[in-house]
Design a binder for this molecule. Structure first.
Ligand code: HMG
Ligand code: MG
Length: 307
């Protein structure tokens, strides 16, 4: 049975913007986070406390966190690869920290400059500190459906990292298709295997849309009972360490899908479409959301149009 309600985690301000070459003004990032929360997104991945040498776009993490409004009940998450990042997260009063590992050794090296086992060892003190501070802890697993460097990634290696993240005390674990190569069959297999070792209701699907499979993969994940999905408004993004990977699945497309299935999201699609237009204009790129473009054009022109 597919779920009656899902949680959408909006990752545009982080996963979406981190790949932008031109620095996006802090004020724009703040407005983006605020508008998304007001549109009904209950979990906004807002920024990353990572090395500015590695991801310069996220160098204003503290200012973004200081500038956003905090809506009661909304979870504002940040990425933290190490204790330095955790300290920034704690100071900024983030609600949730995200440790990010990979199911592929090669990607782990490129993204966080260490192998899988070493990354887990580095996350240990971060996870403990988060728990001691009463913060939510999420673990993200990149390349769960394929890797840009090593190609195929076995289901066993995904399950192995899920178990390690579980042992660290993760409240939620993300199964991420970093380069968008996954297809519905593989998605179902990986998610079925993951939920044998971690509670289904705390597993999430994080799909990039490089090969146009993301909406199909989300439907496949729903058939596996998954209730949490990550998406990026206007389909923003890519990954600095996965060349050619496009953005996450667009939030507008996911909400449109859920509305059509009668699945509750609590997100106002109309507002989301306007936010997609706002951020697309701000970064000077067209939205890659199909539903977003169609709805925006219809609103503007007052009739169904070819977009
Ligand atoms: P390193 O170079 O091995 O570490 O990087 P280091 O400890 O030698 O630090 C290098 C410099 O960065 C030092 O500065 C540190 O002080 C500084 P220097 O002494 O040279 O002036 N530094 C920091 N500064 C601010 N905040 C910090 C921090 N840590 C060190 N937290 C490190 C290791 C993990 C730090 C680095 O590789 C890094 O920051 N990587 C981040 C990569 C990243 O953000 N990738 C994108 C996010 S993951 C993703 O998009 C995938 C996901 O969406 C799921 C999916 O789709 O797959 C989540
Ligand atoms: Mg991602």
């Amino acid at each position: 049975m597919i779920p009656a309600k899902v949680k959408i985690v909006e990752v545009g301000p982080r996963d979406g913007l981190q790949n932008e070459k031109e620095f996006v003004p802090t004020e724009t990032k703040i407005e983006l986070v605020n508008r998304l929360a007001r549109a009904g997104i209950v979990n906004v991945e807002s920024t990353s406390f990572v090395s500015p040498k590695w991801v310069p776009q996220m160098s204003d993490a503290a200012a973004v966190m200081a500038g956003i409004e905090r809506r009661p009940g909304t979870i504002y998450s940040v990425l933290t690869p190490n204790m330095r990042g955790f300290e920034g997260a704690l100071e900024s009063k983030a609600d949730e920290i995200v440790i990010f590992g990979a199911a592929s050794e090669a990607f782990s090296q490129k993204n966080i400059n260490c192998g899988i086992a070493e990354s887990i060892a580095r996350f240990e003190p971060v996870a403990k500190a988060a728990k001691d501070a009463g913060m939510r802890l999420r673990g993200s697993i990149s390349c769960a459906l394929g890797c840009p460097y090593q190609g195929e990634v076995s289901i066993e290696s995904v399950v192995d990292v899920v178990e390690r993240m579980k042992a660290l005390g993760c409240d939620e674990i993300d199964i991420a298709d970093t380069i968008g190569v996954g297809t519905p069959k593989r998605t179902r297999e990986v998610l079925a295997a993951a939920q044998k070792v971690f509670p289904r209701e705390r597993l999430s699907g994080h799909f990039h849309d490089t090969y146009g499979q993301a909406v199909g993969n989300i439907y496949a994940a729903l058939l596996e009972g998954i209730e949490i999905f990550h998406a990026s408004v206007a389909g923003l993004g890519g990954c600095p360490y996965a060349k050619g990977a496009t953005g996450n699945v667009a939030t507008e497309d996911v909400v449109y899908l859920m509305n059509g299935l009668g699945i509750e999201t609590g997100v106002d699609l109309d507002q989301l479409v306007d936010i997609g237009d706002f951020i697309s204009r701000a970064i000077g790129k067209p939205s890659s959301s199909r539903a977003g473009r169609a709805i925006f054009t219809k609103k503007r022109d007052g009739a169904s149009a070819c977009v």
